[in-house]
Write a protein that binds this ligand. Structure first.
Ligand code: FAD
Length: 503
């Protein structure tokens, strides 16, 4: 292991799924003096899911030197403006958690406060909350455009997007970029790990007897967690008391029109189903609690709820919600599923890979590993993961579904104190404050989900100083402008087609 004054000059990445190649593509772009090798096993393969992202992915692609056109062309990507949640509040209801800003503030009052106040005064005079966000309305109309950054006063400035992409194709694109920049790919199955005297990892041994050493190892071996869990024995904190789902069945199906620019998450009896539209197919999966539904029943539910003809048999995936208690231990950093996993409800897993890679660059042991850097990394990773966990749990906790064991449990379960306190503040005044500046989900995200699911929320009492004319006039104008702008945006499929043609 590289001690202080013992610089890291070689990195071995163990695993070539999305995490491995995302790590390789960025490190090879920025660490020119460091030798980077990646070991992967075709026999074992990758998890093959993970196709929906959040807008920060664009920062990753910029850092990795990958252009929009590359993503569209080589990973059959589509644009994503948010997630539509169907049947989560109660059966028959739907809302969108859209990206980007919502409407406009009136002085210091945020749009959701005005909307809550207006609904309390006259529910018949407000539209559903989706109508005050251009991203949500555009998504529902299957329209897409890039933000107009030159004109910050225009509603178009608030547009934001992420991608849906094919998991295996994006890994291939990242691999090509990485190999072009000198990353050495080693094919083979790791069967043994050798440690140095200080307990750090010295090398991995492949089935054919070859060894691969390194000053530093990035464990991207997925749920196997070969180094961080297997060789170093770092514990995994289980979060299944809040997140009951521990399995998924995944299946692609044929595309159907229109090409929707959003992910759909539909609540099911013991979990939920995703729908991710790509250019060439739709990715689908049913996430469920194995304690309450059998694998066969879950596969049947999935197949009965596809928009197009299935293109394969459902593929089962098992997982354990939770996190690695220390993601950096000695000379090993866990990135991707080896570091932990929350179910894919808010498409956060690829994002957590991205932030881990950014953080590694920010704390890179260029002159050797310092325990202060390791501790800082682990602290940031824990806070980040707990924040995301709370947001995901909130989707379950704030349901009004009843009469099904799964939903009855999650509605009544005690939640982490951090979340319980946040929900109390929302209920009493609709107010929200970030607990730390880097918190991933902002007020816009929380209010869309909580209003969408029907949390009983009072408006900020300060809204009493806004009279009816000003309040309803402001909201009516906002909805009119957003409605007009959304309807004039181009069709999502047409935008992709013209970008691919180079128009
Ligand atoms: P893997 O893809 O499992 O890769 C592990 C690598 O390690 C492979 O290359 C494998 O060959 C290698 N390996 C393992 N053992 C050995 C060995 N002994 N020798 C050599 N090589 C070895 N994330 C999102 O952001 N959005 C989503 O929509 C989303 N949906 C998901 C749905 C489900 C059901 C699940 C379970 C996850 C989802 N995720 C999603 C998470 C996402 O799939 C992962 O974060 C992402 O794919 C990264 O996985 P990975 O690279 O860590 O692991």
């Amino acid at each position: 292991m590289a001690a202080p004054n013992n610089p890291v000059r070689s990195i071995t990445i163990v695993g070539g799924g999305t995490a491995g190649w995302m790590t390789a593509a960025v490190l090879s772009q920025w660490l020119s003096k460091v030798k980077i090798r990646l070991v992967e096993s075709e026999e074992i393969g990758t998890i093959g899911v993970g196709e929906a992202t959040i807008p920060h992915i664009r920062n990753y692609f910029a850092l990795a030197g990958i252009e929009l056109r590359d993503v569209l062309e080589h990973s059959m990507a589509t644009f994503k403006m948010g997630i539509q949640f169907v049947d989560w509040g109660a059966p028959g209801e739907a809302y969108i958690h859209g990206f980007g800003k919502i409407g406009r503030d009136m002085l210091w009052l945020h749009p959701h406060q005005l909307w809550l106040a207006a609904r309390a005064r006259d529910p018949g005079r407000v539209k559903s909350f989706d109508h005050y966000s251009l991203n949500c309305l555009a998504a529902l109309e299957n329209r897409f455009a890039f933000a107009d950054a030159r004109n910050p006063q225009s509603p178009l400035a608030d547009l934001d997007y992420a991608y849906h992409f094919d998991a295996s194709l994006i890994a291939r694109l990242l691999r090509t970029k990485s190999e072009e920049r000198g990353v050495e790919r080693v094919e083979g199955k790791i069967v043994d790990v050798t440690k140095a005297d200080d307990g750090s990892i010295a090398s991995v041994t492949l089935a054919d007897g070859r060894t691969v050493d390194g000053d530093f190892f990035v464990d991207c071996s997925g749920m196997r967690a070969l180094l961080i869990g297997g060789a170093l024995g770092v514990d995994y904190e289980d979060w299944s008391q809040w997140l009951l789902c521990d399995r998924a069945q995944a299946v692609p199906c044929e595309s159907v029109s229109p090409l929707t620019p959003y992910t759909r998450a539909t609540a099911r009896t013991a979990g939920w189903q995703w729908r991710i539209p790509l250019q060439h197919r739709i990715g689908n999966g049913h996430v469920y609690a194995s304690s309450l539904m059998s694998d066969d029943a879950a596969a049947d539910v999935l197949l009965a709820n596809l928009d197009g003809k299935p293109l394969a048999d459902p593929r089962p995936v098992r997982f354990q919600p939770g996190r690695r208690v220390r993601v950096w231990e000695k000379n090993v950093l866990a990135v991707g599923l080896s570091a932990g996993f929350l179910e894919p409800l808010e498409s956060t897993s690829i994002h957590l890979i991205q932030t881990a890679v950014h953080r590694l660059l920010a704390l890179f042991p260029a002159e050797g590993i310092s325990q202060a850097d390791v501790d800082e990394f682990n602290l940031q990773a824990r806070i980040e993961m707990e924040d995301v966990r709370d947001f995901v749990i909130a989707h379950y906790k704030v349901t009004r579904r009843s009469g099904e064991p799964f939903w009855d449990y999650v509605r009544e379960m005690p939640v982490p104190d951090t979340l319980a306190e946040r929900l109390d503040l929302f209920r009493s005044s609709g107010r929200f404050f970030k607990h730390q500046a880097a918190e991933l989900f902002a007020e816009e995200s929380w209010v869309q989900v909580l209003i969408g699911q029907g949390l009983d929320m009072r408006a900020d009492p300060v809204t009493q100083f806004v009279d009816d004319d000003a309040l309803f006039g402001f909201l009516d104008d906002l909805a009119d402008v957003i409605g007009d702008v959304a309807r004039d945006l181009p069709d999502h499929a047409a935008v992709i087609e013209s970008l691919l043609k180079g128009a």
